[in-house]
Design a protein around this ligand. Structure first.
Ligand code: AMP
Ligand code: GLY
Length: 422
């Protein structure tokens, strides 16, 4: 099969590496890809949001299945467009993608179907904000309604900051929407729970915990994710049943009722308090860096799974897992998630011999004259598999030291919840 993979992060490198090894895979193109995918596939630098141009590339490369990594093309309707043009594609359509594309849509769905989530108000103006503040306790969470490249959520400890951040959103800080969701702050432990779904059913697709704050001990601003590990030890059978019954099933049946059944990966972002799940957010794709710690644990041929889901044959597949743990630490450009420099050579990466149980997924990198250069905030995902999280972290940090990239930084405390004694 000829495959096209949309995206350029560590998530896409992880998917690409796995798919490229499948017996079913003839050719794989990455649009646009990164330096990691350039070594195992063909990168094509076309703007994937320009659907017409993209279609030309897909047709000229005789693509038989498109796999979409990031949320933006999904929210903008890439699946509807490709299906209309008779191209097979894995991912949710534009309507279902509103689960991530509009926080207001997702929260209204929670209200209608009594899905447990933080108390909230959808606000269109200052009056709405004032009325919610007057009824609620601090801290409060302000969320831009539309896609905001990971920058749309702020946890506010004072009424003043709720007001000022809300005003910025009303003035159009984010192009995607001028609405916002104001909600109560949930205490607890976060869990990323994944499913793979087609028109007729769903299957578990791994669990993980990531670390969103830039600083050690969970301090500083939110990022796309500084590291992750899988499986998430907080998940147990009883909790899983609650997640499925109270959150996942009402959501999937609501979408079916609206004649837009879900297909693709679903990332259920949860807060767990006293073994009770609350929905924080839905993402309509794999997580990044969660994908990088889930994919190495799958035993079943991933391309076979994705291909069957694209034909609504998930029930034919049994997904099997390797009984191992996996951890990844993100090596970032200094300054991230604020301003950082690009185009910095990563010299030592070429010299390191990676082993079967420790390897690197590229994220913000590019290949120039056969050298690796940084090209983003999150640059490399150093990843290890094995039995004991503590040893995985030790090996990853050893490898990062060998890479010794002076323009980078990373968190040394990834997995602190599962590595209590240092
Ligand atoms: P979201 O884009 O909704 O996932 O929010 C990004 C991150 O902000 C989440 O992963 C949580 O760490 C945090 N967050 C969002 N909403 C809440 C909430 N209601 N209570 C506590 N933390 C939250
Ligand atoms: N790691 C968080 C996300 O992918 O949204």
């Amino acid at each position: 099969m000829n495959i096209a993979l949309i995206g350029s992060g560590g998530r896409e490198h992880a998917l690409c590496l796995n798919i490229s090894k499948s017996k079913l895979c003839k050719n794989i193109i990455c649009i646009p890809g990164n330096a990691g995918t350039a070594k195992i596939a063909t990168n094509i630098a076309v703007d994937f949001l320009n659907f017409k141009k993209l279609l030309k590339v897909l047709r000229s490369n005789k693509i038989e299945l498109v796999i979409v990594g990031p949320e933006e093309p999904l929210v903008k309707g890439i699946v509807d467009f490709l299906k209309k043009n008779k191209i097979r594609v894995f991912g949710p359509n534009k309507y279902a993608a509103k689960l991530e594309g509009s926080k207001a849509f997702m929260k209204n769905l929670c209200r209608k179907y009594k899905i447990p989530t933080a108390q909230f108000k959808i606000c269109k103006n200052k009056r709405d904000v004032e009325s919610f503040i007057s009824k609620s306790k601090l801290p409060l969470v302000v969320k831009a309604d539309g896609l905001a490249a990971g920058k749309g959520v702020t946890i506010c400890k004072s009424k003043k900051s709720v007001t000022s951040i809300s005003n910025e959103i009303f003035k159009g800080k984010f192009k995607s929407s001028k609405k916002l969701v104001l909600e109560e702050f949930l205490e607890g432990e976060e869990l990323s729970y994944f499913l793979i779904i087609d028109r007729f059913g769903y299957k578990f697709f791994g669990s993980a915990q990531d670390h969103k704050r830039v600083g050690e001990k969970e301090t500083g601003p939110n990022t796309g994710g500084m590291g992750a590990y899988s499986p998430a030890t907080i998940l147990n059978k009883k909790l899983e049943r609650k997640i499925i019954k109270r959150i996942v099933e009402p959501t999937l049946s609501a979408l079916k009722k609206e004649k837009n059944p879900y297909q693709g990966f679903l990332y259920v972002g949860l807060m767990i308090k006293d073994n009770e799940p609350y929905l924080i957010e839905y993402n309509i794709r794999m997580g990044d860096p969660e994908c990088q710690v889930i994919v190495p644990r799958i035993k079943t041929d991933l391309l076979k799974i994705l291909n069957e889901v694209a034909s609504n044959n998930l029930n034919k597949i049994k997904i099997q897992w390797n009984n191992i743990s996996c951890m990844t630490i993100v090596l970032c450009s200094k300054g991230y998630p604020g301003k950082y420099q690009k185009n910095k050579i990563i010299k030592n990466l070429q010299k390191i011999r990676f082993k079967k149980n420790i390897f690197v997924f590229h994220a913000g990198t590019k290949l120039l004259n056969n050298n690796f250069y940084s090209n983003g905030g999150r640059v490399l995902n150093i990843t290890a598999t094995g039995k004991v999280f503590k040893n995985l972290r030790k090996n990853i940090i050893k490898t990062i030291k060998k890479i010794n990239w002076k323009f980078g930084f990373f968190r040394r405390d990834i997995g602190w919840r599962v590595i209590k004694n240092k």
